[in-house]
Write a protein that binds this ligand. Sequence first.
Ligand SMILES: Nc1ncnc2c1ncn2[C@@H]1O[C@H](COP(=O)(O)OP(=O)(O)OP(=O)(O)O)[C@@H](O)[C@H]1O
Length: 227
Amino acid sequence: MLELRNLSKSYASGRPVLSNLSWNFKAGEFVSIMGDSGVGKSTLLNLIAGLDTPDAAAGESPIIVDGVPMSGLDDDAATKLRRARMGFIFQAFHVLPHLTLLQNVALPLLLNGLPTERATEMLDAVGLGGRGGDFPHQLSGGEMQRVAIARALVHRPALVLADEPTGNLDPDTAHSILTLLRREIKATGACAIMVTHSQAAAEMTDKVLQLSKTGIQETTIVNPFKQ
Ligand SMILES: Nc1ncnc2c1ncn2[C@@H]1O[C@H](COP(=O)(O)OP(=O)(O)OP(=O)(O)O)[C@@H](O)[C@H]1O
């Protein structure tokens, strides 16, 4: 579904952040990415999301979505593909304060020229049925994340990207948010990639990838509290 091939990123001022990363992400998988602070997890998600550009690569595109090499697309085509095929749960894509909850969730449908009925269904699915007319400032942090999840999934994207979606939530709320995210991903067959520092969050995914200076590899979580 998403292929990374020798993906590299260095910033003009400094050392390389990511070097020659390769990985295949499959449809229907819920994957977490863990790793030390500063190792490049958010950079990786930003590159996949198109918020940042990878280092120029000779030959093949370093990011391939649904078989489409992203570097072969012009800006318009790349924007259309992201809008239709991806959903984001990022700080940078906060719930918009001047729109109601229903309008927020309907936004990806409007942008893709799709009927907006599913926005109401998604609000129901995340436990906020009947609150579509409320505005974001009337919500708790956990409820806000529910809206963000509903908006990220409403247009049935093939790829969901989440950067620390439970970072500022208490453990019970975090667990219920991830249960919801998992259920919705499995219902739609999307692939979801979540960056997290939380072991408890990572335990709710199908696969845990460790990003380090030497690259990316699958890892098993050892939970000392479960022994
Ligand atoms: N726009 C930028 N310009 C220069 N350096 C940057 C930029 N963005 C990130 N970096 C550097 O790239 C490295 C990776 O940052 P990134 O935010 O991806 O790490 P991370 O693994 O997500 O860290 P954390 O777990 O602390 O959020 C860091 O050393 C950071 O300082």
